[in-house]
Design a binder for this molecule. Sequence first.
Ligand code: CMX
Length: 441
Amino acid sequence: MEKLKTLFKAKADQLSAEIKDIIKEHGAKKIGEVNLSQIYQGMRGITGMVYETSLLDAQEGIRFRGYTIPELQQKLPKAIGGTEPLPEGLFWLMMTGEIPSDADAKTLSQDWSERAKKMPTHVYKALDSLPLETHPMTQFVIGVMALQNDSIFAKKYSEGVNKKDYWSFIYEDSMNLIARIPAVAAYVYRRKYKGGTEVTAIDSLDWAGNFAHLLGFDQDGFKELMRLYMTIHADHEGGNVSAHTTHLVGSALSDPYLAFAAGMNGLAGPLHGLANQEVIKWIFEMQKSLGTETPNGEQIAAYVQKTLTDGKVVPGYGHAVLRKTDPRFTAQQEFAKKHMPDDKVVNTVWKIFETVPPILQSLGKIKNPWPNVDAHSGALLIHYGMKDYEYYTVLFGVSRALGVLASLCWCRALNFPIERPKSVTTENVKAWLKGEDQVWE
Ligand code: CMX
């Protein structure tokens, strides 16, 4: 895939020169102020890093290199006979800022398919040694860590490579990792839920279509869902836990396997990626508790109140940055309207969407009462027969590799330094408030 690598390097060299000029001329300009509350409250709203591949607007949602999700659905290459975007196209876009041609996306599919063939067999042995009940995200991360043995960057670094060439090895590792993780993820799924029966890759399929096949779901609808799913979950600018962790760990020159595995441990948290399993679990528990598969608005409202009274969050609702319905939710809703408008779980998701926001709004403290990406995804998977909801975050993780690894390539190509923000203690804060400590001046 020399074309992508060459184009990426040319774009990175150009941007690198521009950044040098920007810092030289404007480096002293202030871009914001930090309040004391922000350092206690998750650093919300502090602009603290540059992340090239996507940008989140609180009102509008995510844009990948300037394109909204509906624009991606329209402009990115599709599989033959398909209408959803190919994740290969999104990866190309994030790496270069350009929409690829159909031929470029196809060549990238083939490149990943070739790289996937070089899977080290010890990865499967490592997974086989784990108890079956190990959570799929834990298994997935262990599979990724087992792949790390093949890191080209780690090998070259230990041999003593010029720092100008780091980007090239980070690129190769990222491409190998993206190529191989569908097989690792599918192995986790089939081992845990399908008695370990293996499925052979189909080389002629695209990356997401082949992943659907490896999982054992060969319906055209599921393949299309995976193309959409892998595209919309890929990136959400740099501050979210999985992207920021990958970025942070990568800044220590930890290789892409180490950095991505770290990010995946963050994705496995219930306030982040694990929310997709929590949503469907919550819906099933609600159905059981209410004794109906099709609860009405009043019944849902009562169950939401119970959830809140029990001191729990309503999963799939709220966001640290977004202040409107997540366009990733809307894209999935549109997919459902087209492919499964009468599905019972899908209709329950829509009823929850009608019911929950006013309740959360009425509490007065929740900054965003609207659904996020995780509120819808499980219902689509259930429709196609993937009911094993503990697995859902792995799907999110496979997709997230595209964004965070594209971004990691950019960080090394732009030679970003090790990340090291300042922290203080509350003792410092108290002294500073009394005018005794000038630690931040
Ligand atoms: N249900 C109940 N309470 C909620 C809530 C929800 N869905 N969302 C926020 N709140 C609460 C917070 O827990 C917080 O309560 P306290 O003041 O008692 O601690 C208060 O409302 C204010 O929170 P906020 O500023 O609106 O939200 P944050 O930026 O702190 O947190 C998020 C954002 C996503 C963690 C939160 O909305 C949440 O827990 N949602 C449910 C879990 C979820 O869906 N996560 C997935 C997010 C998308 C992703 O990363 O994949």
